[in-house]
Design a protein around this ligand. Structure first.
Ligand SMILES: Nc1ncnc2c1ncn2[C@@H]1O[C@H](COP(=O)(O)OP(=O)(O)OP(=O)(O)O)[C@@H](O)[C@H]1O
Ligand SMILES: [Mg+2]
Length: 220
């Protein structure tokens, strides 16, 4: 079953000094349960591609299908709903809410969605990413980078998404911690989640089963 389908997707950014084609006629499809890496030089369009799959951005032309839903032309509210229900995000800078504890960060998407039993469920997710129960009471700045990324992965799992998108999730971590995080993502993939990870690191790509190589906005 296909979870992502891109048909001739082009993204052009208009700037005062001219336009930039960040994605150039990208056609790709991803099956449920795949573990994909996206590699390519800086500026080649990796983040743009991830943002379009994640419905954070829309293409200039071409078709985007997430699950069985055609995303083109949906309203901002409808895009928000797709993001909330179908997609979990993990970022290089972790992007946790600094004023909330680790546990509250994981609960947050469930509260937005109105899920019952969010505290108990969140504790379960923190346990599943290997974070000590007491650390759930810490704020992000009281956690190591690796621990923060575990919290971010738990948060990404909170609403049971089909797809997890990770933009350089190990970019701020040392090599040992990177391995731990990739093993966690691999285990998450083995439990059935489709994962797409942007990386510059061949060791990270080594965990995945297929690599998209982007050059100048084109998939090679
Ligand atoms: N919001 C934006 N407005 C204008 N141009 C943008 C915008 N976002 C990205 N670009 C341009 O689009 C191109 C692709 O950017 P993108 O961020 O997708 O690259 P990337 O492959 O993720 O690079 P990096 O490895 O440095 O993160 C670049 O030329 C970039 O300058
Ligand atoms: Mg990028």
């Amino acid at each position: 079953m296909k979870v992502v389908e891109l048909v001739e997707v082009t993204k052009v950014y208009e700037l005062p000094r001219g336009s930039i084609k960040a994605l150039d006629n990208v056609t790709a499809s991803i099956e449920a349960g795949e573990f994909i890496s996206v590699m390519g030089p800086s500026g080649s369009g990796k983040t743009t591609l991830l943002n379009i799959i994640g419905c954070l951005d829309v293409p200039t032309s071409g078709e985007v299908i997430i699950g069985n839903e055609k995303v083109n032309g949906l309203s901002d509210d409808e895009l928000t709903k797709i993001r909330r229900d179908k997609i979990g995000f993990v970022f290089q800078q972790f992007n946790l809410i600094p004023t909330l504890t680790a546990l509250e960060n994981v609960e947050y998407p469930m509260i937005l969605k109105g899920v019952n039993g969010h505290e108990k469920r969140s504790k379960g997710f923190l346990r599943s990413v290997g974070l000590d129960e007491q650390l759930g009471e810490n704020k992000p700045n009281e956690l190591s980078g690796g621990e923060q990324q575990r919290v971010a992965i738990a948060r990404a799992l909170a609403n049971d998404p089909d797809i997890i998108l990770a933009d350089e999730p190990t970019g701020n971590l040392d090599s040992k911690t990177s391995k731990d995080i990739m093993q966690l993502l691999k285990a998450t993939n083995e439990r059935g989640k489709t994962i797409i990870v942007v990386t510059h690191d061949p060791l990270v790509a080594g965990y995945t089963s297929r690599t998209f190589r982007l050059v100048d906005g084109r998939v090679m």
